[in-house]
Design a protein around this ligand. Structure first.
Ligand SMILES: [Zn+2]
Length: 423
């Protein structure tokens, strides 16, 4: 029986399918197997993939009347997924970045002098909802034109009761209005100036008032916490994540970003969905995460910009922790491009291009528990597809610093082409 299709992307020099691991993430050597088809095609109908294979086989299967998008000489992949984004904020911190990157001033010193995250909390709190919606839409557009079709979006840049509810409402609105799918996370992130030495009190308010209200309004799927010196300690983090879980929000954690702070250990103990950063995590704690089925998400931006120390990708992958990549886009890390994350992963963290692609697609889908819907090119999944102006997947690491995403499809609709949004 023939299959109906709206369109087919055909003749791809390489069609990276990443099929076969929707039920569990790829680990170790599996991360190098892209399940690639040469001269491949993918067809879609009503926003879903209906056929994947060699171009000739796919075209033979289809009922006439479909549109053909020629991808001769190109690379075609699943839509990229960014599973760690601090989405909603106002202002910018470019002066600080130069202080850290060029003059080597540590972040905590900048914060102690009245800079850093608390300044973003203030600016965001002062911004109108319209301003925040406009700014955030620009960020999402930039992600989309670079090939990202789904993100996880965290609150955490106001850190007041009303402010955090507002952040979650903005994420909800954008999920309804923007082509990118947003997976919402309530996050206890920064410590406002007035709570600098009263983090226990802030934690009390979060667990007694904020989390229950976010849950009541059904605004978040996950609860996340910044478990780090100068932020929330292990006990405060535990209280927040356990409360979140009690109210139906699954836990994720920022762990061991600036130091070995106990976040990964707590993540393993609680069985978080994803433990992120893992820069200073001892390997025995990585093994504990592996045992608990946690995903490790690498965020290469701060190491690239100023920390200099990356998560030990090779050792961590060797210990069979499934690994995802994300931008960690925030007021401190302004990069929307998952292509750039793959570049850093390969050129600085010594991951292979195949591992980086796996970490940005199917494993990233697992990190937000969307692997049955996205992350690979397989029948029944969302037609989230990127056509790259690249002859093969390794070219993504070779030609860097530019946007290689030529066409971006979301739910079977062309939403970006050659760096421009299409409505
Ligand atoms: Zn983060």
């Amino acid at each position: 029986m023939k299959v109906d299709a709206d369109f087919v992307i055909a003749n791809a020099n390489e069609l990276v399918t990443l099929r076969g691991t929707s039920d569990k993430p790829r680990v170790k050597d599996e991360m190098n197997d892209l399940h690639m088809i040469r001269d491949g095609a993918v067809a879609a109908k009503d926003g879903r993939i209906v056929a994947v294979g060699k171009t000739r086989e796919v075209l033979d299967k289809l009922e006439k009347g479909y549109e053909v998008i020629d991808a001769s000489g190109k690379l075609v992949t699943p839509g990229l997924i960014d599973p760690h984004v601090h989405l909603v904020f106002a202002g910018s911190r470019e002066e600080e970045l130069e202080d850290m990157a060029v003059r080597g001033i540590p972040y905590l010193e900048i914060k102690a002098k009245g800079g850093g995250m608390p300044t973003t909390l203030e600016k965001t709190g002062e911004a109108s909802t319209e301003e925040l919606l406009k700014r955030t839409t620009q960020i999402l557009d930039m992600m989309l034109i670079h090939g990202t079709t789904t993100i996880e979006a965290k609150s955490g840049y106001e850190m007041t009761f009303q402010g955090e509810i507002r952040q979650m409402e903005i994420i909800k609105t954008l999920n309804e209005t923007h082509p990118i799918d947003l997976v919402p996370t309530f996050m206890a992130q920064g410590i406002p100036f007035e709570y600098e030495n009263k983090v226990d009190q802030l934690t009390d308010e979060i667990v007694k008032k904020w989390v229950p209200e976010v849950a009541k309004r059904k605004l978040a799927e996950y609860c996340d916490v910044f478990c780090e010196k100068g932020y929330f300690n292990v006990e405060q983090s535990r209280r927040i994540l356990e409360t979140g879980r009690k109210y139906g929000m699954k836990p994720r954690i920022h762990a061991d970003w600036l130091a070995h702070s106990g976040g990964a250990k707590l993540g393993a103990e609680l069985g978080v969905v994803s433990a992120d950063h893992l820069i200073f995590t001892p390997l025995e704690e990585i093994e504990a995460l592996t045992k608990k089925g946690v995903i490790g998400t690498f965020l290469p931006t701060t190491p690239f910009c100023y920390l200099g120390t990356y998560a030990k990708a090779r050792e961590i992958i060797n210990r069979k922790l499934p690994v995802a990549l994300a931008t960690d886009l925030s007021a401190a890390d302004m990069c929307e491009s998952m292509q750039m994350m793959m570049n850093i992963a390969v050129l600085q963290m010594k991951m292979t291009t195949e591992e980086a692609l796996t970490a940005s697609t199917i494993n990233a889908a697992h990190a937000i528990e969307r692997s049955m819907e996205i992350g690979s090119l397989e029948n029944g999944k969302k037609a989230d597809i990127v056509v790259f102006d690249a002859p093969n997947h390794k070219y993504l690491s070779y030609h860097y610093g530019i946007n290689l995403a030529e066409k971006v499809f979301k739910n079977g609709k062309l939403v970006a082409e050659r760096g421009r949004r299409i409505d």
